[in-house]
Every structure is written in C-alpha cells, then in structure tokens.
Write a protein that binds this ligand. Structure first.
Ligand SMILES: *Cc1c(COP(=O)(O)O)cnc(C)c1O
Length: 224
C-alpha cells in the first residue's frame, strides 16, 4: 500500500476517535515510525505530507537524516544509551525515552539547544519494558531542574502486548493522570503538555484517553 493511502485511513480513524472523546483532531500529531523500512519508504512518507518521523536506533536515524534532513522533524523513540547521545543529539527534535538522570545529564552536556524530552513511564510494570514506575515520575522530574537544556514536554509509554482493550485503556489513562500531576507542579522546564502513546494496534484507544502524539509504524509505512 502507498503511504498516502494508509495515511488517509489512519487520519480518518484519528478523527473518529477524537470526536468520540470530544477532542479536536488537530491536536493529535502522527509520528511515522520508519525503523522497519528503507530510506526510500521514509521519503515517501514525507512526500505524503508527514512531518514527524520516529527512529529507535542511531544508525537508522542517521541514514534517514542524511537523505531527508530538515524536511522532517526527528523523534528518537527507542531506549538511548548514554554513549550514543552524541550521535543523535544534533538531529533530533524530540527524545521520547528519557528514563534516567545520567541520560539527562549527557543530553544537557552535549548540546546548547533546548531538547524536548518525554519521560518514559512503565505503566504496565512489565519487566521487559523501559521506563520509570509511575510513583517515581515526580521525584525524577524534580531532579531534572539542574539540566538547563532538558525540557520535559510530556510523558511517553508503551502499552503491554495484549488484545484486552480495557487493559490498554487503563494503561493510557494512568499515564494521563501522571501528566496531570506533573502539570500541577507548574515547573517552567516541565510543562508536560504532551502524551506520546498509541501505536498501530492501539492508537484509537490512546487518543480517547488523551494522546497528543501517536507513534505509528506498521499500519502507516508497513514493515518491509
Ligand atoms: C516500533 C515502535 C513503534 C511503532 O510500532 P507499530 O506497532 O509498528 O506501530 C512505536 N513506538 C515505539 C517506541 C516503537 O519502538
């Protein structure tokens, strides 16, 4: 399928989900996750009108950045090793996987610009998932005050692998609740307006629960 055809289908689903929740569909951004696909396919996504691209490895990001550059906004969505920060920091607009202070410190040290970061939260408590426990989010964000180049624009989670819609919904709802707690702190460096949640199989539920960025790979660009 052409990316443009998939995009039309997904945009329609996003509108419906937003309407069900009484939300404005324009406040929901699609990140095309291009980690499975070629540079050419990523370029097709940009030509279809997608602005935001997500990659989870430095190699993938750099290969696509070379071809596409500033025609896209770049989202680093995978777990990020501290020693790899220097390989991606000049290219990325958003990092979705801030989960430890050592990473914040390295981001801060390696750049002079403000980097929009999502704090990754492991809502489901699965061992295999990265991210902070929900209870740890507030103290963690408070500790980030010293890292002047780190801006906490929002929270991110990956839902558990399940078909159970109510389990997925509870996970997204919990992240939205965490976000409200962070916002109540009114920290200048942590406005926390965004919720990065929802993938190919669960983005509609995520939108119903407040997602502002959905990260869609398989359903949008496919997996080659
Ligand atoms: C791969 C990936 C996605 C996209 O997954 P799909 O199910 O293919 O839409 C989203 N977020 C993260 C963090 C990923 O690693």
């Amino acid at each position: 399928m052409r990316v443009s055809a998939n995009l039309a289908t997904i945009t329609n689903c996003i509108e419906k989900a937003a309407n069900r929740a009484g939300r404005n569909p324009n406040e929901i951004k699609i990140i095309a996750v291009t980690k499975y696909v070629s540079v050419k396919r990523a370029e097709e996504a940009v030509e279809a009108g997608i602005i935001d691209l997500g990659e989870n490895r430095d190699e993938g990001l750099n290969a696509k950045y070379k071809a596409i550059g500033d025609r896209a906004k770049w989202h680093f969505i995978g777990s990020l090793q501290t020693r790899k920060v220097k390989l991606v920091i000049d290219k990325v607009d958003y990092i979705h996987s801030l989960d430890r202070e050592s990473l914040a410190k390295e981001i801060d040290r390696r750049t002079n610009k403000t980097v929009n970061c999502f704090v990754q939260v492991n809502v489901s408590g699965e061992e295999s998932k990265h991210g902070l426990e929900p209870e740890a989010v507030i103290p963690f964000i408070e500790a980030l005050a010293v890292y002047k180049n780190v801006r906490v624009c929002g929270l991110m989670t990956m839902a558990p692998l399940t078909e159970d819609r109510e389990v997925l919904r509870a996970c997204f709802r919990r992240l939205a609740e965490c976000k409200r707690h962070v916002q109540a702190l009114q920290l200048e460096y942590a406005p926390c307006n965004e919720l990065s949640m929802g993938m190919s199989n669960d983005f509609e539920i995520a939108i119903e629960e407040g997602a502002t960025m959905v990260r869609i790979g398989t359903a949008l660009v496919g997996e080659e």
